[in-house]
Design a protein around this ligand. Structure first.
Ligand SMILES: C[S@@+](CC[C@H](N)C(=O)[O-])C[C@H]1O[C@@H](n2cnc3c(N)ncnc32)[C@H](O)[C@@H]1O
Length: 274
């Protein structure tokens, strides 16, 4: 267990944020599936998904492991686990369970063939110590696979002032909360630090032109969830943000500037555990 204190969880677990997680999961769905497939999450495996949120990565894994396998999604938020469990019921996914727990408090006797997670290590004060403890839960020959981001690369090309301003609010909020913008690229070294010889990487950089609303919708929803913290840190006020019209304003500015949005870069890191 680490002695360091985790940064505040700045996204919260409101109804809006839990919905946003699923929209975001769709946005990053292809790369996430690619990482799980390359990591060989496959039929019959028992998978642990840490920081499962509304359950989207767990659902992808459940589909890959099939009825002979199982997935346990763990999140410290009751609201997230309730939502993930309800969605599993609605979708009639049977090989999945969700549990309210902090990562560090998961029953040490539980063993898995794979431990996975997405956008969760960035919120831990000491991700290397977390990874080291998670490896102990993996049977020999099993898989460790994580997907994290590099937010330091977000930008509009060519520069669109409105988009840059809004991107600036988001990165400043993460920085002020003590959450690293670039945990994704650091993961490879963290895997090495816990004794993994040659971790594998999958890198995905999206580019959303102004003609598509996907990127600007993703950004506006992120701002909506971060707004209470933005106001708390004195970065921007709700009036300045104008959440109701933000998505459309971003979309229009990108179109007018003939710009494209480079959102966060996603980095999947995975390895077999001997
Ligand atoms: C940004 S969300 C990502 C959710 C999901 N992995 C996805 O990709 O859609 C991060 C989730 O990790 C959970 N979380 C963060 N730190 C945690 C910890 N120490 N133990 C358990 N859950 C944690 C949060 O409650 C939140 O639901």
């Amino acid at each position: 267990m680490s002695n360091k204190t985790n940064p505040p969880y700045i996204l919260g677990h409101t109804e809006n944020e839990l919905k946003r997680l699923s929209v975001q999961a769709e946005y990053w769905g292809e790369i996430s599936l690619e990482v799980l497939q390359k990591a060989e999450i496959t039929s019959g495996m028992r998978v642990l998904d840490i920081g499962c949120g509304a359950g989207d990565l767990s659902f992808l894994a459940a589909n890959l492991v099939g009825s002979s396998g199982s997935v346990l999604g763990v999140d410290r938020s009751h609201q997230a686990v309730e939502r993930a469990s309800n969605r599993a019921k609605e979708l009639k996914i049977k090989n999945i369970d969700f549990l309210v727990s902090d990562i560090e408090k998961i029953d040490p006797s539980l063993k898995f063939d794979a431990v996975i997670g997405r956008f969760v290590l960035m919120f831990q004060a000491d991700p290397t110590t977390i990874l080291r403890s998670l490896v102990k839960k993996i049977e020999s020959g099993g898989v460790l696979a994580f997907i994290e981001v590099d937010m330091s690369v977000v930008r509009s090309v060519p520069v669109v002032a409105k988009v840059e301003k809004v991107l600036g609010w988001t990165t400043e909020t993460f920085k002020r909360a003590g959450i690293p913008l670039d945990l994704g690229p650091q993961l490879w070294y963290m895997f090495k630090d816990i004794g993994i010889k040659e971790p594998n990487l999958v890198v995905c950089q999206r580019l959303d032109p102004g003609t598509s609303k996907e990127g600007t919708d993703w950004l506006a929803e992120l701002v909506k969830s971060l707004l209470p913290m933005m106001e708390k840190f004195g970065i921007v006020t709700a009036e300045e943000v104008g959440v109701e019209t933000l998505a459309e304003e971003l979309h229009q500015s990108l179109l007018e500037g003939r710009g494209a949005l480079f959102p966060s870069c996603l980095i999947g890191t995975y390895s077999r555990i001997s």
